[in-house]
Ligand binder design. Sequence first.
Ligand SMILES: CC(C)(COP(=O)(O)OP(=O)(O)OC[C@H]1O[C@@H](n2cnc3c(N)ncnc32)[C@H](O)[C@@H]1OP(=O)(O)O)[C@@H](O)C(=O)NCCC(=O)NCCS
Length: 471
Amino acid sequence: MSFFRTVSALSKLRSRAVQQSSLYSSVRWLQIQSSPEQDLRSQLKELIPEQQERLKKLKAEHGKVQLGNITLDMAIGGMRGVPGLLWETSLLDPDEGIRFRGLSIPECQRVLPAAFSGGEPLPEGLLWLLLTGKIPTQGQVDALSKELQGRAIVPDHVYKAIDALPLTAHPMTQFASGVMALQVQSEFQKAYENGISKAKYWEPTYEDSLNLIAQVPVVASYVYRRIYKGGKAIPADNSLDYGANFSHMLGFDDPKMQELMRLYVTIHSDHEGGNVSAHTGHLVASALSDPYLSFAAALNGLAGPLHGLANQEVLLWIKALVDEHGENVTTEELKDYVWKKLNSGKVIPGFGHGVLRKTDPRYMCQREFALKHLPDDPLFQLVSKLFEVVPQILTELGKVKNPWPNVDAHSGVLLHHFGLTEAKYYTVLFGVSRSLGICSQLIWDRALGLPLERPKSVTMEWLEAFCKKAA
Ligand SMILES: CC(C)(COP(=O)(O)OP(=O)(O)OC[C@H]1O[C@@H](n2cnc3c(N)ncnc32)[C@H](O)[C@@H]1OP(=O)(O)O)[C@@H](O)C(=O)NCCC(=O)NCCS
């Protein structure tokens, strides 16, 4: 790809952005005209007072109820099991896995609107559910889809900020930099500077959040095309829904890949509040940093190998295994390989979890997708073999609390099957989908007036003295 072709493709994309920008105000006007029943913001406005009352009542009537004991192990062990956060959009059960506003993944697959009968849930429907706690109608999802399209205008300086980085910069670095550059347009920051009242904080937070959710697929696909496709960016297709359009802008128009993207964005969107990215977003936002600042911080946490980067690590791990033993590796060879990795002090990526104690339902639904659409894929078969071999070995190791596979053990081979083979990009996809969960909760953080987060820290000396006194 020559430099000139690259530049011309990018400038086409940008001039389209300018044209879209001029349409933006009229699209927003039309949205304001849509019925309150189908307008997400109007629905939220109705819900917020009752939830504010609910929290006020909890605090007034039960504020001093003890939620458990904090042990020294918990304080020095990454705060495992400390119930110290309010997170309304989802709840994680160690055995059963995630529930989005009370609905399990199979339930979401059954009840949320899909692109066609029996298809995977549309991420827009999940976003509606996360924000309102209600299952949306097809009409509400269609209206939200259009609203997000209207908001998906990325300013030119964002592309320039990304272009300032070397092509060799990790995709997550480029993506997070793009999100930081989006911050320039924050409505919350402007409203705060203009002295907005506390009671209205949620409103510009809503605007920023919806804009951010709408714009991250554009930024993410720009990063992908810039690094791996010679800068040949693909404009949005507004006839498509959020997931399918993201797939399209990345360069994948296979209907099955579009379905995968809808499923991917839905199941990766939220995993209660204590995981590194969600907690980071919530913490940063508690300082009244706007959604862009908060979400960019969350992405930097997601980029760690023990968290979101694990999906990249899994595919690279599997490829290294294939390089050494081929695709038809025997069970014995596989066992030896896993032990060799463990004995060299490495973790097996895609297995284990900070909270879950059973196989992740996000793994299971991706496995079902693979069984339906790509049962003969050799890498899928390898993933299945790992499912048979690794848990037993991790159990034998003795110290691993959860030997079962997590979400990341599966996602890479599905993407690889449809041609998205660049493993280093995978965490960016995870980041796009996390915008739905993290931003939904940020809106509620501001609506509920949650305070600055400030847990107590202690020194080893403090702990020693405390324990001596307690003995
Ligand atoms: C997810 C993860 C970070 C959770 O960590 P955790 O809550 O501390 O997990 P545990 O309490 O079970 O850890 C106990 C021990 O088992 C080890 N362990 C946990 N999962 C392991 C794995 N997949 N492979 C090897 N060792 C593992 C830990 O490193 C720890 O060892 P240490 O005591 O020598 O430090 C961990 O399971 C892991 O590193 N998994 C691989 C990376 C991954 O898939 N991350 C994505 C998560 S969705």
